[in-house]
Design a protein around this ligand. Structure first.
Ligand SMILES: [Zn+2]
Length: 196
């Protein structure tokens, strides 16, 4: 049946709100499997976050994803107030959920001269529920969106490999070494340069 295929079909996108995005860019080559990154990055490899969803379940999902990335040592997410945090982690309301269509997660970012200064990441509970995602699947989607928040796989350049949390339709795979290497490479590479 096509039903199972439909259940496995998930799409994640990153939307650019490019008000201050500079046009200067460049590209460098990474080792074949390293997760690609776009030109945008935070100034350093740490940023502040706040979890703003009211759902206790999704608060736990976001916290698990934060812990998983912090454990890698490649980047540090630090808890801050909702008012001051650079990164806001939330869930789509039912009406926002309609707008997300087939996207189980979405990350919007704002950058100035390729330096990120604001990120909104949201999960789509309605779709995650309809697709029958498990708790660990949900966590992988949150880890994927945090990957975007750090600058991984911006725009359409997801990791073509399925063994990456940044695979476009990832559901069952957590953070891999290629993803950790991608974050390390992102923060060893100047803003304005992308790598594929
Ligand atoms: Zn994505």
């Amino acid at each position: 049946m096509t039903r199972s295929a439909w259940y496995r079909k998930i799409v994640m996108v990153v939307v650019t709100i490019g008000l201050f995005v500079s046009q200067i860019g460049g590209a460098v080559a990474l080792a074949a499997s390293t997760t690609p990154f776009g030109p945008e990055r935070f100034v350093t490899n740490h940023a502040t976050y706040a979890i703003t969803t009211k759902s206790a379940y999704y608060q736990r999902i976001w916290r698990s994803a934060i812990r998983a990335w912090n454990k890698t040592g490649a980047f540090t997410f630090k808890l801050a107030s909702a008012k001051s945090a650079q990164i806001k982690l939330t869930t789509a309301t039912p009406s926002e959920s309609q707008q997300l269509g087939k996207d189980v997660g979405l990350t919007e970012f704002w950058a100035r001269h390729d330096y990120l200064f604001k990120i909104n990441s949201e999960l789509n509970p309605e779709l995650l529920h309809n697709y029958g995602y498990s708790r660990s699947d949900d966590t992988h989607v949150a880890e994927h969106e945090l990957g975007h928040a750090m600058g991984l796989a911006m725009g359409l350049a997801h990791n073509p490999s399925k063994h990456s949390v940044m695979y476009y339709e990832n559901r069952s795979v957590g953070i891999q070494q290629v993803d950790i290497d991608g974050v390390k490479a992102r923060y060893q590479t100047p803003a304005g340069q992308a790598a594929s």
